[in-house]
Write a protein that binds this ligand. Structure first.
Ligand code: PLP
Length: 392
């Protein structure tokens, strides 16, 4: 590893999280592990393997390319592609034994125009209903009725029927209940139309963990598998983050009160301060929204000051630390932690926004048992005491 900035990932924690989620589900519910966006930034093949070891029944990705990468990497589990692909890509998808999301009759019309017989093979699909997220899916009974003849074809295998919730992470459950009722109506319609469906599913991480009654035949677990949970809610099982992020101090200097740090003079030293520079920037995925965020150096909190630049950022240090000292941007040093919850609150976003933004320029180091003690850290929702760094 040449870079002095790296993410440490422990796939066993991904497996542990999935086992913990499974433990909360009614017996017989299948588990679909969502490994889109490079396994939420943790590595797609590594996340898929961790899911397999935890007994996942199915994988899901967002796009065809992501599914092809998993197959090329030797992944054998069934894979659902969560967004519709183009009819001209169906051949390739069937060759790799992928399951497709379909949302409307027009798609089938175009598919049949191109390949009326599907070359004697069977196409496995999950039908997506929009019950209120307003993203993708058929919305009306009429749209469903138009789909039925296409789904009834002998070479179409309707492996699933699903929807997705808009507010599963919100404390107020009114809208979620409304969506669940709408989904129940559509399931009834589906059953009445005689289409045999193997898996009805609607719950992602938050819905599955908050409302086991929504687990139906299968749950789609993304965030929770990486240790993430919606802000202000408490998971019913402990979820452990699997990723920590580290860099190294490369320069430390004493600056006088009133001196400027970083582009655009965005920070002016409030007093005489120790300022450190670490080689990580927005081109690594540490966006300018992280200005003002905490990091750890020598087991104490420091703060990112000034604009984060493309390759480097500056820290106001709690002590005259030394070049070579480890800087922890996510994770733990001794008793101090910077948690995903804290960083997500800082950017007014979600933990998965932080990990999926990490770019390939960063090295990824995967856990082995020997290193475990060094970086294992606990609950992502641990809230550290708020403490200002003591500036010398
Ligand atoms: C991303 C995604 C999921 C996973 O959601 P989490 O909240 O991360 O568990 C489930 N279903 C669909 C349709 C998705 O796009």
């Amino acid at each position: 590893m040449l870079r002095e900035t790296w993410a440490e990932i422990d796939p066993r924690r991904i497996s542990d999280n999935l086992r913990a989620v499974r433990g909360t589900l009614p017996a017989g519910v299948k588990l679909m592990a969502v490994v889109k966006a490079n396994g939420y930034g943790h590595g797609d093949l590594e996340a898929a393997e961790a899911a397999r070891q935890a007994g996942a029944d199915y994988l899901a990705v967002a796009f065809l390319e992501e599914a092809l990468r998993l197959r090329a990497g030797g992944v054998r589990l069934p894979i659902l592609i969560l967004t519709p692909i183009r009819p001209d890509q169906v051949d390739l998808a069937m060759e790799r034994d992928l399951t497709l999301t379909v949302t409307g009759a027009d798609w089938f019309r175009e598919l049949r125009r191109r390949s009326p017989t599907l070359a004697g093979r069977k196409l496995r699909v999950h039908v997506k209903a929009d019950t209120g997220l307003g993203r993708i899916g058929f919305r009306t009974e009429a749209e469903w009725d138009a789909l039925v003849p296409w789904l009834a074809a002998p070479d179409i295998d309707v492996d699933g029927f699903y929807t997705h919730f808009a507010t599963a992470g919100q404390a107020d459950t009114d809208y979620l209940e409304r969506q669940a009722r709408r989904f129940a109506e559509l399931m009834t319609r589906c059953k009445e139309s005689g289409i045999a469906v193997r898996h009805y599913h609607c719950a992602g991480s938050a819905a599955a963990l908050r409302f086991p009654g929504l687990a139906l035949d299968m749950v789609r677990i993304g965030a929770a598998m990486y240790g993430f949970y919606p802000a202000r809610l408490t998971p019913p099982v402990p979820l452990k983050p699997a990723l920590s992020l580290h860099s190294t101090l490369m320069q430390v200097k004493r600056v006088r009160q009133g001196e400027y740090i970083g582009y655009d003079n965005a920070y002016r030293a409030e007093s005489d301060e120790w300022i450190g520079t670490a080689p990580i920037g927005y081109a690594d995925g540490w966006s300018q929204r992280m200005q003002g965020a905490p990091v750890l150096v020598r087991g104490q909190r420091a703060v990112i000051v000034g604009r984060i630049s493309m390759d480097q950022l500056m820290l106001r240090l709690p002590c005259p630390c030394a070049p070579g000292d480890r800087v922890t941007l996510i994770g733990r040093q001794g008793g101090e932690r910077v948690t995903f919850a804290e960083l997500a609150a800082h950017i007014d976003g979600a933990a998965q926004e932080i990990t999926t933004a990490l770019t390939d320029r960063l090295a990824k180091v995967y856990a082995n048992a020997k290193k475990e003690a060094e970086y294992a850290w606990d609950n992502a929702y641990y809230q550290p005491r708020r403490r200002e760094p003591t500036v010398i």
